[in-house]
Design a protein around this ligand. Structure first.
Ligand code: NAI
Length: 265
């Protein structure tokens, strides 16, 4: 792979790396030379991803909503690398339901996994990110994966949208507070990408309440996107890699949309 930037020897932690966008971020980081710690609540899945990439990659079973799990992950990073150059808060869930039927438990669950995780991850990572700066890194980088649904409405995704709006606000707040430290914080907002996200939740229904077959639902999504197609994980990961690298040394507190023109239309 040729690139205007690289992640050579940078220690990187990627959450939710067993599947979808996180898996592709891990793959591209590996190709760009990063030293990886990959985590996921699906411990076997993330180990399989690491094994498919090569040797020397550390993995952890990690529930991002658990403070104890975060502490164990950072202890692993400390032991393996003594520092952290890059944190990608990617793990997340999406639950959809008509607002009138969506109980507050749905909001709480998504806030724990999509927002508290980002808070805990950023806070816990700071000593290790600062340690990298003390050792000579030009900058260190946190990239939080939000969503265009933190910016525009997604019908039946009220709670999910609220979590992703919170990730945007949290990212900017921490970015400005840390701006002089060398730790950068940015947000990536993907549009619809065909992954496993939401697959274990309610399938989409038409106006009459009938289940819509997945291929038809996906084709309908694609028609709403000016580029005429859904995103692929490879459309998102290079943006994350760029923000993680020193090529983005002057970029913090910013938000980047990759959505095929969806929010521009
Ligand atoms: P995915 O479902 O393919 O991957 C998510 C990964 O997170 C899975 O490996 C899953 O096991 C892991 N995970 C779930 N709960 C966890 C927990 N409590 N602790 C640790 N790991 C956990 O989904 P995808 O699409 O790759 O999602 C990645 C991120 O991208 C999420 O934050 C999602 O909200 C965001 N996103 C996805 C979009 C899409 O259309 N696929 C669009 C916009 C944002």
């Amino acid at each position: 792979m040729t690139s205007i930037y690289d992640l050579k020897d940078k220690a990187a932690l990627v959450t939710g790396a067993a599947s979808g966008i996180g898996r592709e971020i891990a793959t591209q980081f590996h190709a760009l030379g990063a030293r990886l710690v990959l985590t996921d609540i699906n411990g076997d899945g993330v180990r399989a991803v690491a094994d498919s990439l090569g040797t020397g990659i550390t993995t952890c079973r990690h529930d991002v909503a658990s403070e104890e799990d975060w502490a164990a992950v950072f202890a692993t990073v400390e032991r393996e690398h003594g520092r952290l150059d890059i944190l990608v808060n990617n793990a997340g869930i999406m639950m959809a339901k008509p607002f009138e039927k969506a109980g507050v438990d749905m909001l709480r669950r998504q806030f724990r996994i999509n927002v508290e995780s980002v808070y805990l991850g950023m806070q816990g990572a700071l000593p290790l990110l600062k340690a990298a700066i003390e050792e000579g890194a030009r900058t260190t980088s946190i990239v939080n994966i939000a969503s265009i649904y933190g910016k525009v409405a997604g019908s039946e995704y009220a709670a999910y949208s609220a979590t992703k709006g919170a990730v945007r606000a949290l990212s900017k707040a921490v970015a400005t507070e840390m701006a002089t430290s060398g730790v950068r914080v940015n947000c990536v907002m993907p549009g619809p990408v065909a992954t496993n996200l939401g697959a274990d939740w309610e399938p989409p229904r038409d106006a009459d309440g009938h289940l819509i077959p997945p291929d038809i639902a996906l084709a309908a999504w694609a028609k709403m996107i000016p580029m005429g197609r859904l995103g692929e994980t490879g459309d998102i990961a290079p943006l994350v890699a760029f923000l993680a690298s020193d090529a983005a040394a002057f970029i913090t507190g910013s938000e980047f949309i990759a959505d095929g023109g969806y929010t521009a239309a």
